[in-house]
Ligand binder design. Structure first.
Ligand code: AQP
Length: 331
């Protein structure tokens, strides 16, 4: 059976981008077709300035939202990264295989480093090295497929390169993974700035739909989305990014094709109204389930404990094999 691994960072409240680009597909497709692990990758949240209490809160919220999105912990493994030591153990070995140059080429590093510097802050070393930790997250589980949004494909490519290099130098140890992206909504854009990704650690609130936004807030954000001054509803990602984004969101929510949908609308207003309602309807069951789960925090804790135990057992043999292969004396 195909092994799938994917994760979400507790760096902010989860967004519609996270849901359409990742969580929904994990719940509706991946967990049924594959032996899948889903992880709250909390160590990644420490790569930028953070408040410890907030990271703890967001980690629990992210785990709860994974379950609320439909991941079934009886069938698949849902856990928190820092509960399984194998990730950090393997990360160091992969740092010894990666090069400084390839880490510095990572787009997320360049963007986030520039953002930190722009705010007058300093750039943490872990922001540069975290793709090695992400590679460890993936490779520790003999992962075949990593379902991610478009923004993460470069990191999965790096994990592939590191696996191939390690296997070549030290003998076959890792499965070489590949990224898979959703057909639509692989990159949901910010409603106020359709040239930028809808990201959860972004500060521009009105352009970001959060999974836990009330229906009225969702409607307001979608109705105020930036479109453009062109005529008619046309699907063109380059020239009409705002309209294309709305069409993609609508298509992802209703299961259609953005280009075909564009023909059904004569005005931006009608498109926005239908998109807003479609988003509200997609989020409704997730929000209801989230409310139920919040009433029983012991259940979520139990799921995460059992998930970590299972994940540890799965990762240990591969990580131990990597320690032996690279030349470390067995304990
Ligand atoms: N806008 C998006 N469209 C489609 N997919 C997206 N994903 C994220 N944003 C979009 C996918 O969601 C999964 C989890 O994402 P993540 O937690 O690794 O990171 P993020 O949400 O991409 O992070 P932010 O908000 O940009 O800021 P940071 O990095 O600081 O948290 C991934 O599969 C991702 O592709």
């Amino acid at each position: 059976m195909t092994r799938v691994f994917s994760g979400v960072k507790p760096t902010g409240h989860l967004t519609l981008g996270n849901y359409l680009g990742a969580l929904r597909r994990w719940a509706e497709v991946d967990q049924h077709q594959a032996d899948a692990l889903f992880c709250v990758v909390d160590l990644h949240a420490l790569t930028v300035d953070h408040d410890p209490a907030r990271v703890r809160r967001l980690s629990r919220q992210a785990a709860t939202l994974l379950l609320a999105s439909g991941l079934d912990p009886k069938r698949r493994t849902v856990f928190v990264q820092s509960h399984v030591d194998e990730h950090a153990r393997l990360s160091y070995l992969l740092e010894c295989v990666a090069t400084d140059g390839e880490m510095r080429r990572m787009i997320q590093y360049k963007e986030k480093a520039a953002r930190e510097q722009g705010r007058g802050g300093s750039v943490r070393l872990s922001l540069l090295t975290y793709p090695a930790l992400m590679a460890a997250d993936i490779l520790a589980y003999d992962t075949d497929e990593v379902p991610v949004g478009e923004d993460q494909t470069q990191h999965v490519e790096l994990a592939r390169d590191l696996a191939v290099r390690f296997n070549h130098r030290y003998g076959h140890t890792f499965v070489v993974p590949r990224a898979t992206a959703p057909k639509v909504a692989a990159r949901v854009m910010n409603l106020q700035d359709p040239m930028s990704k809808m990201g959860k650690s972004d500060d521009s609130g009105p352009g970001i739909v959060y999974l836990l936004d009330e229906p009225e807030v969702v409607r307001k954000k979608v109705m105020r989305a930036v479109t453009d001054s062109g005529q008619g509803v046309v699907y063109d990602r380059e020239e009409r990014p705002g309209v294309a984004n709305l069409l993609e969101i609508l298509a992802a929510c209703e299961g259609g094709d953005p280009e075909a949908l564009s023909g059904a609308y004569a005005s931006y207003g009608a498109l926005k109204k239908d998109t807003a309602e479609a988003v509200v309807e997609v989020l409704r069951p997730v929000q209801e389930r989230h409310r139920e789960l919040c009433a029983d925090p012991g259940y979520v804790d139990g799921v995460l404990r059992a998930g970590a135990e299972k994940a540890r057992e799965m990762a240990r043999p591969t990580v131990d094999a990597a320690y032996r292969a690279i030349g470390l004396l067995p304990a």
